[in-house]
Design a protein around this ligand. Structure first.
Ligand code: TMP
Length: 226
């Protein structure tokens, strides 16, 4: 993984967290945002599907149980539609304005879940996403690698110890989640310069430290230029 520093005052960077359900992406994304803000960066934390009004509606349609049959192609197009709105309305304007964008999931989730998990094929899913995003790619993707069993046990227990219901994708069998995990690891191997792969079984603090040390240049405090 390499992340060369641009002018932090003007260059928005696009950092994406990926990984299986229950990997701890949202927690780490929030900690990274906090560290960046502390150092004077303008930061936007967002997620997919979601981040816009229409995207949050699509999120409910695609993830909630009881919305009717969602076949694989429809599912891929719903994620891509939510992403198109997200890129157009939120991500690109923020990056253009010099804001760091920290996003929970992006195109690689569609390549893994719909391309591989739903067996639509990576190429077909990539092409609808090229159209949706206009080819926007993350500067860095942090992959939190979690086993299907560990992911399920984490996501089904809330902070208060009460059990949490799984959504439509989460409730797929371990075999599905295992293929998603292999797909992410394969993507990371194929593009090592863009990916930082971390073992999600580490503690929250250990993971945050590993991410901070990899992003060292970006965590240098922003100084006012005269
Ligand atoms: P989240 O719970 O991590 O926010 O992600 C929502 C679910 O949607 C998760 O199970 C992964 C799935 N997903 C896809 O299948 N394709 C996608 O493109 C995205 C962004 C998420």
């Amino acid at each position: 993984m390499s992340l060369t520093q641009q002018n932090p005052k003007t260059a928005g960077r696009f950092i994406v967290f990926e990984g299986g359900d229950g990997a701890g992406k949202s927690t780490q994304a929030a900690l990274l945002c906090e560290a960046l803000r502390k150092n004077g960066h303008q930061v936007l934390q967002t997620r997919e599907p979601g981040g816009t009004e229409i995207g949050e509606k699509l999120r409910s349609l695609v993830l909630d149980h009881g919305q009717g049959t969602v076949d694989a192609r429809t599912e891929a197009l719903m994620y891509a539609a939510a992403r198109a709105a997200h890129v157009e309305q939120v991500i690109r304007p923020a990056l253009d304005g010099g804001t760091m964008v920290i996003c929970d999931r992006f195109v690689d989730s569609s390549l893994a879940y719909q391309g591989v998990g739903r067996a639509l094929g990576e190429d077909a899913v990539r092409s609808i996403n090229e159209f949706a995003t206009g080819g926007l790619r993350p500067d860095l993707t942090v992959l939190l690698d979690v086993t299907p069993i560990a992911g399920r046990s984490r996501r089904t227990v809330g902070a208060d110890g009460a059990s949490v219901a799984e959504d439509r994708l989460e409730s797929e069998p371990d075999e599905f989640h295992s293929r998603i995990r292999d797909a992410f690891l394969h993507f990371a191997k194929r593009e090592p310069a863009r990916y930082l792969v971390l073992d999600a079984s580490q503690s929250i603090e250990e993971l945050a430290r590993a991410i901070a040390s990899a992003l060292g240049p970006l965590l240098v405090p922003v100084t006012e230029t005269p």
